[in-house]
Design a protein around this ligand. Sequence first.
Ligand code: UDP
Length: 354
Amino acid sequence: MLRLLFLSTPVGPLGSGLGGGVELTLYNLAEEMQRRGHEVVVVAPSHSLLSGINLVKITGNLQIPAQTQTRDVPISLPENGVLANMWEYAHTVQTQYDLIVNFAFDWLPFYLTRFFSTPIAHFISMGSMSLALDHIMNQVAETHPGTIGVYTRSQAETFAFADTCEILSSAVDLSLYQFCAQPDNCLAWVGRIAPEKALEDGVAAAVATGIPLKIWGKIQDEDYWQSILSNYPGASLEYCGFLSTEALGASLGRCRALLMTPRWIEAFGNVAIEAMACGVPVISYARGGPTEIIRQGETGFLVPPDQVSGLVTAIESLDQIDRCNCRLQAEREYSLEALGDRFESWFDKIIKKD
Ligand code: UDP
């Protein structure tokens, strides 16, 4: 039995959607580790919601997400920052745990690593974003080999220390996603509504095919969202809000396909495997995580990045796909059990080395 302390993302409370896919990954992993008999405590910003898992809520101002800043910007911490407060708490309780697991894509936890006596596993949830952060992660990769984990190979390759990364992939709780064999005539786009996700391309593809688009996700950048609405005044768009995993898993299956339009190197794309779990094929730009998930012509289509015409052709080819294959791939490759096996063996290696 391991005693695990998870340190959440400091960019938003758990359940807010501000943290993106890492919120779901943390929750899935915490659940699975607990199911295996390990002790899990999660430390997260105040107002976090997490059912069935011990949660320590920490006050303080939220951290600015790395993807909203330029690569050369110096590291900054707000006054009374929640990130520093969370790590101060971790420092005071560290001897009660076998391992601390960091889910923050931030400089401070990497810098603090050498000052902790309890080993730290760093799960990084994005590709390279910041020179200062890359620099400290590189140092940790050298001084604490094997302690950096990523979702995918494509994500790892954005870093100089790619070969030292543990590739951990992601998972879904399959029981929460309802398979739907006969979808309605609509397409889905799911994710944080922010420029790096290029929702506008999904809207353009839906407009070109004349198929309505349903949109789910946290509006992280309101100006960006408004600009899409004003650029496509006649588009058949339905914003369905930011739903709980259960509610999303009950609705997503009714769509013919999920469109993924990342402008950045998507680290993974949890929404891809959530769609597959509902039997929904995924059409994505061939960039980052989706290239390692989608099976061309079998569970979706990978199309040339930034070309709406490729999305349109793929939408027109959807009849080629048997939706059962999508659910099957999710069951075979993205179960919580498989995730638990990968993380458990990574944790064991780190603890034994220490
Ligand atoms: N999501 C959600 N409710 C919604 C729409 C999205 O919970 O209505 C979650 C979704 O489950 C996924 C996350 O938002 O875990 C988006 O993560 P993804 O890995 O696709 O991209 P990221 O935001 O990390 O770049």
